[in-house]
Ligand binder design. Sequence first.
Ligand SMILES: Nc1nc2c(ncn2[C@@H]2O[C@H](COP(=O)(O)OP(=O)(O)OP(=O)(O)O)[C@@H](O)[C@H]2O)c(=O)[nH]1
Ligand SMILES: [Mg+2]
Length: 294
Amino acid sequence: MHSGIVSIVGRPNVGKSSLLNALVGRKVSIVSHKPQTTRHRIQGVVNREGGQIVFVDTPGLHRRETRKLNRVMNEQAAASLYDIDLIVFVVEANRWTEEDAAVLQRLEGLGTPVGLVVNKIDRIADKAALLPELQKLTAMRDYAFVVPLSALKRNNVDALLGELFQRLPEGPPLYPEDQIVGYDDAFLVAELVREKLTRNLHQELPYSLTVGVESYEREGRLDRVEAVIWVEREGQKKIVIGEDGETLKQVGTSARRELERLLGRKVFLKLWCRVRENWSDDLKALKQFGLTGE
Ligand SMILES: Nc1nc2c(ncn2[C@@H]2O[C@H](COP(=O)(O)OP(=O)(O)OP(=O)(O)O)[C@@H](O)[C@H]2O)c(=O)[nH]1
Ligand SMILES: [Mg+2]
């Protein structure tokens, strides 16, 4: 048996969380079209006959640290580069940016093998264009392996698992086989609510909100959850709630539906919206909201 820990890193929006979900075969980490969606290290476990891989999805490493939230997100991602067996560096096909170059630079001299994943190949209509793209990317560094894939279409994802299992040390599984995620149901609720908000709200607002679960009670096959959406200003609260509470209702319904599917239980979800001025730039608030990784 081979087993080990593999960190998935890269700049925001390249598809790291989508890749984790594709690898695990279920929704473990939230996904949106907006960069900087993931804020925590998210663990997902894959078990195969040949062993076990513990994947760690990370916040996208980014350059502009406009608020303290950005700094702690970068710190979380950077911390995932240590005490692990392998790094999967995810980039987008045909979209190499300065931010990718900055991540590549961070991977220098770590002593941990780095494999390259070129994601979103479903966007390349002309497959002949893929080869020069791969040649360009692999010329930049000595990668342990290169796998072009599509996390969205679940295309060639098994090839990545094959490359990883081959290179992981021999050893028994690190976690029991039925443990797929590294967090509790309350965290899942908070994340799914934040995902729906991120997908529903425009522009910058998703960066000004966070979600905290206030109470979680289990009554037979029903989970009763109360969660608070924290925003930074009164005006934002109005937008989150929407006219006649319509936006909040939509968000609540879609989060609840997905939760019920994932948990296999009925869920009663009550959402509130409250203001905590400038929380994203306030280290004390970040700590209270569980965003500092401590
Ligand atoms: N076409 C295409 N889109 C993809 C693929 N993988 C991910 N996406 C899309 O890319 C966007 C970002 O995906 P995420 O998985 O949230 O990216 P991420 O790297 O985790 O982003 P952060 O958490 O913000 O760092 C979403 O709109 C995904 O649907 C892919 O293989 N093909
Ligand atoms: Mg992500």
